[in-house]
Design a protein around this ligand. Structure first.
Ligand code: NAD
Length: 499
């Protein structure tokens, strides 16, 4: 029998949760869907793990109405900031207490190996909620000197925007949902969450924990279903004040267009094609695993994946040998099996898409020196793949693949300006990674790189720092103060006074 990555009892709890979670969560109640349910599969074997309700415009309507009532209820509107903080901290404690189960649900639903699912997905969810829990008591405006005639006290306040639609992708649903949800609630909004139809289960389990934490009913609602139906109905609903979307650039553009008539506030966290730059003075013992996991982690299904590598000629061969050795040790397999480092891609369609890119890389003249193939058998697995002889005009270099495929370009001694130009030559601008021991070089590039984040000698998510994209990687920022302020409107108040 295969050894499991976690206790069998945890898997049983996760399966039991999935079995009971196939409904919408509206106004504090679990509500059955009216149409045919949508089957959800385990990407590690293609078998059904459960089903969700296919949300309709009518379901969205009920959820938005519940969120509106909850928003206008004085119990939420006038809740003391410390109480909102307490509720969020209670939610974080519950996520922590159930972290193993949540991680196993994520593994069954999205395929992520249990280790990263526990440490990164559940760990990030806990950190994000705890971080955002600090904001209700710190979201302040400012006092402003007023110069118009008379005596005035001028100040600003941060008002919650109202009812927020949270639309989430399938690649890291637990962490992304927890982050959006806690930021919105910290700001005082109420929400309707639409999880991705391919990996909806942890979003539904979070709804159970929100209720258990004691948030008033209607503050957080979940409607599952297809993007084209439930998602579109949510985006177009006149009762939505704010859309916080994470997903593909194509869908994000459609949402921006759809939101124009209602002038809804929109934040978009979209795709990426991030560059890693490795200099000869980099600590290769750290850079090799860092670059490798920056593209192979979560099987490349990461918006900020470092999918273009600019590698200096002086360390080119040594680095690639190290990369091959590292990749060779990464066990590809079902995420619940002990020792698995890389799980499956989310779906057969995504696997076909990634294999299509590998084919296009070859036909455009790049060479796959690592991987380039897929293991046989059930499940949507693709082996970690590295292309050399890649050119900036190739599709594998220009387009977001969202799979474990790295394209490598050789550097000589380009100036920082030229390097930045090469790295910036993408329609995306989400993240960039620099590996060097030279502080001036790191700072020079950090200034020149046109991306929402620049990380030097490392990677990872810090919730206190803003995260988001330049260019077609998005609009707005999550995390940090800006992540919570994105769910608020600034109000200016002038109060006249007399001597
Ligand atoms: P997607 O755009 O297909 O779907 C995302 C969500 O939008 C899903 O819940 C889907 O049901 C919904 N949706 C689809 N069509 C819709 C419509 N017309 N109206 C409203 N909602 C709709 O994206 P995906 O394939 O689930 O996710 C992968 C993409 O997400 C990649 O491009 C990746 O880079 C991006 N992503 C970005 C970030 C970031 O923070 N920048 C993080 C994770 C993923």
């Amino acid at each position: 029998m295969t050894e499991l990555a976690c206790a069998a009892a945890i898997v049983e709890r996760a399966k039991a949760a999935i079995a009971r979670l196939g409904r919408h969560f509206i106004d504090g109640e679990w509500v059955s869907g009216s149409g045919a349910p949508i089957t959800v599969e385990n990407p590690a074997d293609g078998r059904a793990i459960g089903a969700i309700a296919a949300g309709t415009a009518a379901d969205i309507d009920r959820a938005v109405a519940a969120a509106r009532r909850a928003f206008e209820d004085p119990a939420w509107q006038h809740m003391a900031a410390a109480e909102r903080e307490r509720l969020l901290l209670r939610l974080a404690d519950l996520v922590e207490a159930n972290a193993d189960e949540l991680a196993a649900i994520e593994t069954l639903d999205n395929g992520m190996p249990f280790g990263p699912s526990r440490m990164m997905a559940a760990g990030s969810a806990i950190s994000a909620i705890r971080y955002n829990a600090g904001w209700p008591r710190r979201l302040t405006g400012e006092t402003v000197p007023v110069s118009v005639p008379g005596q005035w006290h001028g100040y600003t306040v941060r008002d919650p925007l109202g009812v927020a639609a949270l639309i989430v992708p399938w690649n890291a649903p637990l962490a992304i949902t927890a982050n959006k949800l806690s930021a919105a609630l910290a700001a005082g909004c109420t929400v309707v969450l639409k999880p991705a139809e391919l990996a909806p289960m942890t979003g539904l389990r979070l709804a159970e924990l929100v209720a258990e934490a004691g948030f008033p009913k209607g503050v957080a609602n979940v409607v599952t279903g297809l993007g084209s139906e439930a998602g579109a109905a949510l985006v177009n609903h006149p009762g939505i004040d704010k859309i916080s979307f994470t997903g593909s650039t194509a869908t994000g553009k459609g949402i921006l267009r759809a939101s124009a008539d209602g002038l809804k506030r929109v934040s978009l966290e979209l795709g990426g094609k991030s560059a890693s730059i490795v200099f000869p003075d980099a600590d290769l013992a750290r850079a090799i695993p860092g670059v490798a996991m920056g593209i192979f982690g979560n099987s490349g299904q990461v918006c900020a994946a470092g999918s273009r590598l600019f590698l200096h000629a002086d360390v080119f061969d040594r680095f690639l040998d190290g990369l091959a050795e590292f990749a060779g040790k990464l066990k590809v397999g079902p995420g619940l099996n002990a020792g698995t480092a890389l799980g499956p891609l989310i779906s057969a369609a995504q696997k076909d898409r990634v294999m299509g890119y590998i084919e296009s890389g070859r036909s455009e003249g790049a060479n796959a020196v690592i991987g380039g193939d897929a293991p046989g058998g059930a499940g949507h697995f693709v082996n970690p793949t590295v292309f050399v002889d890649a050119r900036p005009d190739m599709r594998i270099v220009r387009e977001e693949i969202f799979g474990p495929v790295l394209s490598v370009m050789r550097l000589s001694d380009e100036s920082s300006d030229d390097l930045a130009r090469m790295a910036n030559a993408s329609e995306y601008g989400l993240s960039a990674y620099v590996w060097t021991s030279s502080l001036p070089r790191a700072q020079g590039l950090a200034r020149r790189l046109r991306s929402g984040s620049v990380k030097v000698n490392g990677s990872g998510m810090e919730f206190a720092l803003p995260f988001g994209g330049y260019r077609q990687s998005g609009i707005g920022r999550e995390n940090g103060r800006s992540g919570v302020e994105a769910f608020t409107e600034t109000k200016a108040v002038m109060i006249g006074w007399q001597d």
